[in-house]
Design a protein around this ligand. Sequence first.
Ligand code: ADP
Length: 443
Amino acid sequence: MVLGKHLNQDKDSFYSEIIWASSALILLLFFGYLLGNTWFFFAMGLLVYILWHLRQLSRLIQWLANNEKDMPPDASGFWGDVFRHLYRIQRHNHHRQEKLMLLLNRYKESTEAMPDATIILSKNWEIEWFNSKGTEYFGLQTGKDNGQLLSNLIRSPILWDFLDSHEEDPSFKQTLEINASNSERILSIRLIPYGQKYLLIARDITSIKKLKTMRKDFVANVSHELRTPLTVISGYLETLGEYLKEEPVYASSIDLMQQQSHRMCHIIEDLLLLSKIESSEKRVLKNEFIDMNALLMMLKKEALVLSNKQQIITIEDTGPKWLKGDVNELQSAFSNLISNAIRYTPKGGEIIIRWSCNDSGMACFEVQDNGEGIAKQHVLRLTERFYRVDVGRSRKIGGTGLGLAIVKHVLAHHHSKLEIESKIGFGSTFRCKFSDNMLKSDK
Ligand code: ADP
């Protein structure tokens, strides 16, 4: 309605301008005719008309150049409409600008209140904006560093690799841990793409990291401290068992004590192994390649001894001959998967140990059984330390609850992940996939 009203007003002033100008020209032509100099009067009239328009144009330019908020110059008719419209558009833009500034300030205030460093990056990794934590964590300076390439200011090759991974695959979601450039701080970096830009969020995780290290050290130290006394106790129990084997009252108690001390030794060995793997997770894998045929043969031998002919064990080996990795760690992970399959598959069951290569060039180690299977709600938690589906049962068959946690950490060190497929009553498949950069051609 308002727009229609304006359009009508514009049309009115346009027509009145035409009527006014043409009537003035006709009048001048008439006077010119009467005075015998028609074209002179006509030309003079046109000149005055053009000069008047030029004057209005110069007033408009002056107003636009000088003012932002001043009222437009007084004018009537056609030019009055032009001034009025421009003034209205300007006022509208001012309002919008004020609203945007308000929003921007609110956004800045909220990011300032955040405990994390926030940096807005262009798609070419230039710094567009950062909050005060950005200054604190990365030493960025307001004004000076805006527009600079992030890689010029934060000299961390792993951060550059991380940014490259995001550039290649925008759905890349991993977080990165780096040390802050100017302090002992450990930062966890996340990159969130939006529109044509990126939001980099850096969180200080120093205290969480310290707690984790303390926990790891505590477990490692306790396990270490317990190992020696337990070995001594086990040794004495063995001697005592030999000595009292003819005494039925003591023999069964000593047997039970021996079983429990073995179980504790087992737990401590697993805890120590887990601490060792965990503390070496960041260690770069040497270019050492494992002969997978030989390893599979060794695993089969172990499996046959453990199974004691209770299950049918088959090896399927169609995978690559060499796998890059730490042979002790991988052997321990694969053995854990196989011993689980044997322990949780009833007599007569089938176990397949498979080493193969899939279509996308990934090598795959799989242990498939047709045992009892695992309910869906447990699957996601199986790699947690001491998580067991049935605690009593696991203890009875000599489980420590640490086997799959060990597998998870070994695989993380080998840039792989454990995949578990299982169905109650049908069995389970535990799969470890290795990318092609962990393989070597046979040549
Ligand atoms: P545990 O020493 O108790 O076997 P693990 O960490 O190796 O500990 O396994 C965690 C739990 O996962 C086990 O307690 C068991 O319930 C379940 N599990 C592991 N492997 C299998 C399998 N092949 N079939 C059925 N359940 C399994």
